[in-house]
Design a protein around this ligand. Structure first.
Ligand code: NAD
Length: 331
C-alpha cells in the first residue's frame, strides 16, 4: 500500500526501511511537516503517516480525504494533534503506536532529573574548559525525597518504580490507580496533596482539555519552594510563562523539559544559524536551572524498532481489512 510519511528524518527512514521487507509497503518519505499547505503531497496515498508536531486539524484532514487518504498511521503514542471528530466524520481511521518503549521515556525523565539536580550539564562545560571548581554545583540527595508522579500509565508507572528503587517516597495521582503501582507501595493521593508535598513532580498524563496548563500560577503556588518539575509528556501541560515567573521567584528550583508548548516551529530541526523568534523559549534557556531537550525522550534503538514495526503492522491491518488493535476510538 502506498503511504506518505510526513516529518520523516533519515533516522525514521532507516528504521522503517529495515522493517518493511516483511510488510512490503510503498513508502514515500517527505521531510515537510503535515499541515494544510503540504497535505496535497499525499495525493493518491491511501495512507498517511504522521508525527507529534504534524497538524491534523479539520481542514488538513479534509484535504487528505479529498486526495484519497483513508488511514492515518501516527508513529507516536500521543494523538492530541489529530481532530478525531473531523477524522471520524470524514471516514478516516486513525491508529497510533500506544507503547513502543515506555522505558525509553521514563529513563530520559530520570536522566533529566538527575542531570539537573547535580548540575551535570554545567560540570560538563566547566571541565572541558579546564575549570574544576565545584562552587555552585551542590545538589540534593534523591534518596528519601518525596516524588510526585502525575499519570501512572505505561511511562509514569515505570518512572515511579525507578524512583521507588532510589529509596524515594512516591506519591501518585491518576484518574484511576494502576495496580502495579499499588503493589509497589506507591500511595495515590489527590492532586493538591501531591503538589504540596512533593520535592519533585514528573508529568506523565496526556494533554487533554482537562490537563492543559495543569501546572499554572495556581498549582505552582501550592508547591514547595525549590520544587523540581520534569515534563516529558506534552508541552502544554505547563503554562510556560507562569513557570518562568516561578523560576525567577525561586519557587521552581529546577525545570527539566523534553517538550514545550510551542515546540512545533522549533523542534526536530537545526535552528542554530537562524534567529529564534520565540522570546518565551529563549528566556527559558537563559536560566541555569532549566534543562531542555528537543523531544528526544522516545529516541532509543529499541523504541525506533518498535515504532517502525507497529506502524507498518497497523498499515497492513488496514490494507487487509483486519481489525487494527491500535485504532484510536472517539470517546
Ligand atoms: P498512558 O495512556 O499509558 O498513561 C497516561 C496516564 O495518564 C493514564 O493512566 C491516565 O489515566 C492518566 N491521566 C489521564 N488524564 C489524567 C488527569 N487529568 N490527571 C491525572 N492522570 C491522568 O500514556 P503513556 O504511554 O504513559 O504516555 C504518557 C504521555 O507521554 C503521552 O500522553 C505522551 O504525550 C507522552 N509521550 C512523550 C514522549 C516523548 O518522547 N517525550 C514519548 C511518548 C509519550
Amino acid at each position: 500500500m502506498k503511504v506518505t510519511l510526513f516529518s520523516s528524518k533519515p533516522y525514521d527512514a532507516q528504521f522503517l526501511k529495515a522493517c518493511n521487507p516483511v510488510f512490503g509497503h510503498e513508502m514515500v518519505f517527505i521531510e515537510n511537516r503535515l499541515q494544510l499547505e503540504t497535505a496535497h503531497l499525499a495525493e493518491g496515498s491511501l495512507a498517511v503517516c504522521a508525527f507529534v508536531n504534524d497538524v491534523l486539524d479539520a481542514p488538513t484532514l479534509e484535504k487528505l480525504a479529498h486526495g484519497g487518504t483513508r488511514f492515518i498511521a501516527m508513529r507516536c503514542a500521543g494523538y492530541n494533534n489529530v481532530d478525531l471528530t473531523a477524522a471520524d466524520a470524514l471516514g478516516l481511521q486513525v491508529a497510533r503506536v500506544p507503547a513502543y518503549s515506555p522505558h525509553a521515556v521514563a529513563e530520559h525523565a530520570i536522566a533529566l532529573f538527575l542531570c539537573l539536580n547535580r548540575h551535570v550539564h554545567k560540570a560538563y562545560n566547566r571541565v572541558r574548559e579546564g575549570n574544576f571548581s565545584i562552587d555552585g554545583l551542590i545538589g540534593h540527595d534523591v534518596y528519601r525525597k518525596t516524588i510526585g508522579v502525575i499519570g501512572t500509565g505505561s511511562i509514569g508507572s515505570i518512572f515511579a518504580r525507578i524512583m521507588v528503587g532510589f529509596g524515594c517516597e512516591v506519591l501518585a495521582h491518576d484518574l484511576s490507580p494502576n495496580p502495579d503501582c499499588v503493589a509497589q507501595g506507591i500511595s495515590y493521593v489527590d492532586l493538591d496533596e501531591l503538589l504540596t508535598r512533593s520535592h519533585a513532580i514528573s508529568l506523565h498524563c496526556p494533554l487533554t482539555p482537562q490537563t492543559h496548563h495543569l501546572i499554572d500560577e495556581t498549582s505552582l503556588a501550592r508547591m514547595r519552594d525549590g520544587v523540581f518539575i520534569i515534563n516529558t509528556s506534552r508541552g502544554a501541560l505547563i503554562d510556560t510563562e507562569a513557570a518562568t515567573d516561578a523560576i525567577k521567584s525561586g519557587k521552581i528550583g529546577g525545570l527539566a523539559l523534553d517538550v514545550y508548548e510551542e515546540e512545533s516551529p522549533l523542534f526536530f530541526e537545526d535552528r542554530s544559524v537562524g534567529i529564534i523568534q520565540d522570546d518565551v523559549f529563549m528566556r527559558l534557556t537563559t536560566f541555569p536551572n532549566v534543562l531542555v531537550t528537543g523531544h528526544q525522550a522516545f529516541f532509543t534503538h529499541e523504541a525506533m524498532e518498535n515504532i517502525a514495526k507497529t506502524t507498518l503492522s497497523n498499515l497492513s491491518d488496514f490494507e487487509a481489512g483486519r481489525a487494527c488493535p491500535n485504532v484510536v476510538k472517539l470517546d
